[in-house]
Design a protein. Sequence first.
Length: 354
Amino acid sequence: MNREHAGGAALPKKPLFNPMGDTEVRSRRLIGGNTTNLNDFNNMKYAWVSDWYRQAMNNFWIPEEINLSQDVKDYPALSLPERRAYDKILSFLVFLDSIQTANLPCVGEYITANEVNLCLNIQTFQECVHSQSYSYMLDSICSPDERNSILYQWKTDEHLLRRNEFIGNIYNAFQEQKDPQTLLKVMMGNYILEGIYFYSGFMFFYNLARNGKMPGSAQEIRYINRDENTHLWLFRNIIRELQKEEPELFSEETVAELREMLMEGVRQEIAWGHYVIGDEIPGLTRAMVADYIRYLGNLRWTSLGYEALYPENLREPEEMRWVSEYSNANLVKTDFFEARSTAYAKSTALLDDL
Ligand code: ZN
Ligand code: ZN
């Protein structure tokens, strides 16, 4: 790559102990800045960080507080396609939350705005909790052998592996090549993962619950979904701040590449949804999956300030309304799932407008 070209030069890792770092808010930058690493909650450049931090803290939850006794009875009674989908989707979610846990600190090493690092650290913690919630679910509903085979299905199921390769390769590229362009693609990978990849899984669990099955699993997923919304919000904001601070990174060519990444993410999510859900799960069809995921693709791309990708899918499909209703963890009635579901949910607004 031409070293003169924007993003071509190596990105400096942030300094650690750095008493000569800038304390001026005006000179703070997301990347390439001179940070002191001081956690200063009073002088933030990015005003949205305060709201984000508060929301993330309010969202604290504990997987074991959700009662899975009904799920223990329901799981053996699921139809074969339902059970296959349940297992494969959990396997995929375990992978996603695990690679997030491992990758976010790598991103943080190059972020020179300390308030944004605070957010990334909280996100990392939440991804750990999500991974652990899947173990709690599996430990409750199946044997240790079945659990282990579900946890590692992504290593042998070619469809799962292909999916994970797409995101894994984007993240791995930054391990090899530490430049702003490659980091931007990691940011976009995060945005796709948080905003597209979780969703055919989430809709599957909500669909089971609305058919009276696996209510505890759906409740776990709601809390995870609420956290993922804040992660999506975080990466949307990071990308938007980079658009302002590093406009030369967003050449026409790069924007076209980011767009193609998102569209590839959408294609993969639909193909995956068709593979795991297909037309064999009561309440869901292939068309519903495709329409909903394209609609999300539009939301994600327009949230970054660009034109919609799929003109046919500008509005939330009427027949998928229940997904956003189910995903609203803060509106859960405690008697509905018999869980102390709102114990830590003190925040009033869910950020579902992304
Ligand atoms: Zn997660
Ligand atoms: Zn996340």
